[in-house]
Design a protein around this ligand. Structure first.
Ligand code: HEM
Ligand code: MG
Length: 334
C-alpha cells in the first residue's frame, strides 16, 4: 500500500513559490534539518512537514512544485535516498539525523539513519558541509562558504555559475585529498558530488532572471545557511531532468576530470578505484547502487520488508524509463 510516485507537473513554467501560504519559519528545537539545503528549504517553508520527517511522495511533489525538479530526477534521487536512509515499512525518511519518529528499526546491517548517514548517499567533498571525518557532515560551514565566495568572485564574476562550480568542485576534491585520510570519492557519492554542485545553478536562481545562470551570493547564502527562499522567489522556468543535470555534470567534470578513488588512510594517497562506476556508464551507477549499496544493507530481507524493498526498487527504476536511459532493471530481491 505504498503510494506510487507522483507524476510530473502539469505547468512547468515559473511562478511565485515563496507565497503567504508557505512562509519561512526557522526550525524549532525538535525539528530535524540536514545536509541538503534544498530539502531544508522545503521544510522551512512548510512544503514538507516542518519536523523534517517526510514521505518520498511528499518530497517528490515538493521538489517539483518549488524547484521545478524534473519528475525522473525527483523520483530517482528520492527513492535512492529512501532505500538507504529511510524506513521502508513506515515510508518515512528523516532529512537529517536518525529519528525515532520514522518507526521501528529493521534488522542490522540496515541503518535507517536519515540523510546524515555517511557513505550510503551523503559523502565527502560537499560544497558547504565538511567531510564526516572532521565530525560534522551536515551543518552549514562558514569557512567552506567563504571558499565558495572566493571562487565565485575569481571565476564567476561574483556569481556561483558553471565556471565557479567547475573550479570549486575541483578544489573541494583537492582539499579532501590533502586533509582527509579517509576521503572517499566513489559511486554513488561520485555521482551525487558532481550533480549537487550543479543544483544551485538550476534550482536556486529566480525563474524571471534573464541574465543567464548566475546565482547571486546572498541568495546562495540564504539557501545554504538558512534554508530560506528570497522574498518573492519564483521557481525556475524549466524542469531539470536527469538528462539535463547530466549536461551540467559534463560542463563541471570535463575541464578538470577527477576519476573515482579513495585515500588509503593517509592524506595525499588518492588511489583510483577501477571498480567504481564513473560517467562513462550511468547504468553501472544504478546497478551497483542496487546490488551493492542497497543489497549490503538488506542482505536477507523477508516478508513485509522484502515486499516494501522491492516496491521501492521498482519506483527507483521507473525513473530511468521516463526518458529511456537504456538501463536494464536489476532483478528484484528474493
Ligand atoms: C546535498 C538529498 C533534492 C540541493 C544533498 C545531500 C543529500 C541530499 C543526502 C548531501 C550530499 C552531500 O553533499 O554529501 C536530496 C534528496 C533530494 C534532494 C533525497 C530529493 C529530491 C534537492 C533539491 C535541491 C538540492 C530540490 C535544490 C533545490 C542540494 C545541494 C546539495 C545537496 C546544493 C549540496 C550541499 C553542499 O554540498 O553543501 N542533498 N536532495 N537537493 N542538495 Fe539535495
Ligand atoms: Mg557531504
Amino acid at each position: 500500500t505504498l503510494p506510487s510516485p507522483p507524476g510530473p507537473l502539469k505547468n512547468t513554467l515559473t511562478k511565485l513559490v515563496n507565497t503567504p501560504a508557505h512562509p519561512f519559519r526557522a526550525p524549532g528545537k525538535n525539528d530535524i534539518r540536514g545536509p541538503c539545503p534544498g530539502l531544508n528549504t522545503l521544510a522551512n517553508h512548510g512544503y514538507l512537514p516542518r519536523n523534517g520527517i517526510a514521505r518520498p511522495s511528499q518530497i517528490i511533489d515538493a521538489a517539483q512544485e518549488v524547484f521545478n525538479m524534473g519528475n525522473d530526477l525527483a523520483i530517482f534521487l528520492t527513492y535512492a535516498a529512501h532505500l538507504v536512509d529511510g524506513n521502508l515499512i513506515t515510508d518515512l525518511l528523516s532529512i537529517g539525523g536518525k529519528a525515532e519518529a520514522t518507526g521501528p528499526n529493521p534488522p542490522a546491517p540496515a541503518i535507517v539513519g536519515g540523510l546524515n548517514t555517511h557513505a550510503v548517499f551523503e559523502g565527502d567533498a560537499s560544497i558547504t558541509r565538511g567531510d564526516a571525518f572532521f565530525g560534522d557532515n551536515h551543518s552549514f560551514n562558514e569557512t567552506l562558504f567563504q571558499e565558495l565566495v572566493i571562487f565565485s568572485n575569481k571565476f564567476g564574476n561574483g556569481f556561483y555559475n558553471l565556471a565557479s562550480a567547475r573550479e570549486l568542485t575541483f578544489q573541494r576534491i583537492q582539499d579532501s585529498i590533502a586533509t582527509n585520510p579517509q576521503f572517499s570519492f566513489i559511486s554513488p557519492r561520485y555521482y551525487t558530488a558532481y550533480a549537487k554542485s550543479v543544483f544551485p545553478i538550476v534550482f536556486f536562481i529566480d525563474g524571471r532572471n534573464d541574465t543567464g545562470l548566475n546565482l547571486n551570493l546572498d541568495v546562495a547564502r540564504g539557501f545554504f545557511q538558512d534554508g530560506k527562499m528570497p522574498n518573492d522567489f519564483f521557481r525556475a522556468n524549466f524542469s531539470t531532468t536527469l538528462n539535463k543535470v547530466g549536461g551540467g555534470i559534463q560542463a563541471v567534470f570535463t575541464p578538470h576530470p577527477v576519476h573515482p578513488g579513495t585515500n588509503n588512510g593517509t592524506v595525499n594517497s588518492y588511489t583510483l578505484d577501477p571498480d567504481s562506476a564513473d560517467f562513462t556508464d550511468f547504468c553501472k551507477f544504478y546497478t551497483d547502487f542496487v546490488t551493492k549499496t542497497v543489497r549490503g544493507l538488506y542482505p536477507n530481507a523477508k516478508g513485509q520488508l522484502l515486499t516494501a524493498l522491492n516496491r521501492n526498487l521498482n519506483f527507483l527504476f521507473s525513473a530511468l524509463t521516463i526518458e529511456d536511459q537504456g538501463c536494464t532493471q536489476v532483478p528484484l530481491f528474493t
